[in-house]
Design a protein around this ligand. Structure first.
Ligand code: FBP
Length: 553
């Protein structure tokens, strides 16, 4: 297989570990701290997780560790969307496992959680792993979105692990996957199966974070990749001065990616879904705001600009949120009938007849292509797949219509030529930045240390991330500490709370303070490509979001 020079160079990169892990693994011992409890719903969660609730936070210190060299078989699963650094979590886990005992074995379940259910695994050896070190992607074993959530599935997991003599599982995933991992851990404990479960926080969306998890891995590389592309487009826009670029950015719900990219590139407009929801801004008002900026820049002779649109926006606009919820329910409750409607015309006729009056009005007022996209297949959670809704095109069309109205009454005489982009998949498998390469390797190494500490239902936590790696802190947090109860499909379910953009947080405040200037004055900044080799201030910087959040502490 032909490999690129960078890929070859990255094989030799030695990820940086926190200082505590830079010594013989047999000289590190766990320290158990305070009992960790969630902020709310304590009693309910205690009842739901009688075996894994209220456990202490774990850290590490120096000391002779007698039991770490026990021979173990460990299983690992990649769950959900790709995020740069996944391979390094596996590499860190593998290296720690083998450092502790060279006879221990790591099994990678192929294709995500379904690999565990189908007992489809490969033994990860050095030879197998080495070509994946410090590279992007999840192709080492593949990923999937199958949910592990039923007792039947859990029983299969016990069988598969028992057959392979696996005593610990590491689940690398987002909030849902880590929630399910905690439920699995509770099941394993209740059944006295002797199998433990440790999670690792993954998602480019950056919405799995809290007091203990400063950021999920992948966010750093993905945002830097998108910011590079946005900066390039900004420079093109400022050179040619002829297009407004509408750029949709991934992030299923939260707008962390759009906010970080805005901080890195200073576009004319960046929509933040959380603010739109809080202010209950309607679609018409959003369009009006964009139109005003376009018209004002045009009066100044600037018929070009940049608009960042978060992928999840559509679900935060009040009237769209209601419409989507009604559509999800209708399609879930009448699946059998809905699939018999095989033309868009019959589907939309049936939908319109069954929606509330308000939602039917909103649905009918949308362009045809957006209506079609709203009726496409749901994801495994029954949600509309926002990455497939072309919000950027919807906004372009609506702003264009509004400008034509203004033109007709003599209030706009500029040009509005547009380009649209969607950046998401471009960043999910990029070569991990040094930050993500180091962070992920540390998360994996730490996951093994938690396994060796004989605990279960914990998530691997590496903190103090805006400092150099030697100052990072390693430890474990019981997943139940991050949970609360939320209404899902008609009943209250324990879930890890999704972290949305905080409007009171430093990153948003920094953006809100500057955006008026960015709107009218062309203030673009050009982050350039991720650098892997060179001075630390160019190569090892965390995201602006993380740095600003750490300042709050
Ligand atoms: P995870 O939450 O699983 O990390 O995935 C996030 C994400 O990349 C979102 O940003 C995006 O909406 C979604 O996955 C796209 O999913 P798919 O890969 O199935 O198209």
């Amino acid at each position: 297989m032909k490999i690129s020079p960078l890929q070859k160079a990255r094989y030799d990169y030695k990820p940086k570990l926190p200082t505590i892990f830079r010594q013989d693994i047999h000289s590190i011992i766990p320290v158990f701290g305070q009992k960790a409890e969630p902020e709310i719903h304590r009693e309910e969660l205690k009842n739901m997780f009688p075996n894994t609730y209220g456990k202490p936070v774990v850290g590490f210190t120096n000391g002779k560790n007698e039991s770490i060299s026990e021979k173990r078989n460990v299983g690992v699963i990649l769950s959900g969307g790709q995020a740069p650094g996944g391979h390094n979590v596996i590499a860190g886990l593998f290296d720690a496992l083998k450092n502790a005992n060279a006879d221990s074995k790591l099994f990678g379940f192929r294709g995500g959680p379904s690999g565990l259910l189908n007992n489809d695994a490969v033994e990860i050896t050095s030879e197998f792993l080495d070509p994946f070190r410090n590279t992007g992607g999840f192709d080492i074993i593949g990923s999937g979105r199958t949910k592990l959530e039923t007792e039947e599935q859990f029983a299969v997991c016990v069988d598969v692990c028992t057959t392979r003599e696996i005593t610990s599982l590491v689940v690398i995933g987002g909030d849902d996957s880590n929630t399910n991992a905690a439920v699995l851990a509770e099941y394993f404990s209740a059944k006295k199966s002797g199998i433990t479960v440790i999670g690792a926080p993954k998602t480019i969306d950056g919405d799995l974070k809290n007091e203990a998890i400063e950021i999920s891995f992948g966010f750093d590389t993905a945002t830097k990749t998108y910011a590079e592309l946005i900066g390039n487009i900004a420079r093109d826009a400022n050179s040619a001065k002829k297009y407004w670029h509408f750029i949709k950015l991934m992030g299923r719900s939260a707008s962390h990616i759009a906010l970080e990219c805005a901080l890195q590139t200073q576009p004319n407009i960046a929509l933040i879904s959380e603010e739109i929801e809080k202010n209950q801004t309607t679609l018409k008002e959003i369009v009006e705001d964009i139109t005003e900026t376009v018209a004002e820049r045009s009066r100044q002779g600037n018929d070009f600009g940049l608009v960042l649109v978060p992928e999840g926006l559509i679900e935060f606009i009040p009237e769209m949120k209601i419409l989507i919820a009604e559509l999800n329910d209708l399609m879930a409750d009448h699946t059998a009938h809905f699939i018999t409607l095989n033309t868009f015309e019959t589907q939309s006729e049936w939908i319109n007849a069954n929606l509330s009056m308000d939602s039917s009005y909103v649905f009918s007022s949308l362009p045809n292509n957006i209506q079609r996209q709203l009726l496409m297949d749901r994801d495994p959670h029954g949600n509309v797949q926002v990455s497939r809704i072309e919000t950027e095109k919807l906004l372009i069309e609506m702003v264009d219509n509004r400008l034509k109205e203004l033109k007709n009454v003599g209030k706009f005489d500029g040009r509005f030529s547009t380009q649209h982009h969607f950046f998401g998949y471009e960043g999910r498998c990029a070569f991990p930045s040094n930050f993500d390469a180091d962070y992920c390797y540390s998360l994996g190494y730490n996951a093994f240390m938690l396994i060796a500490s004989e605990i279960t239902g914990y998530i691997s936590s590496i903190s103090n991330l805006s400092s150099p790696a030697e100052e990072w802190k390693a430890g474990g947090i019981p997943v139940t500490m991050m949970m609360n109860l939320e209404q899902r499909h008609g009943s209250k379910k324990p879930v890890i709370r999704k972290a949305l953009v905080e409007l009171e947080g430093n990153p948003f405040k920094e953006f809100a303070e500057k955006r008026k200037i960015w709107a009218l004055e062309t203030s673009y900044t050009f982050p350039g490509a991720i650098q892997y080799y060179g001075p630390a201030e160019v190569c090892d910087q965390p995201t602006i979001t993380l740095s600003l959040e750490q300042k709050e502490k």
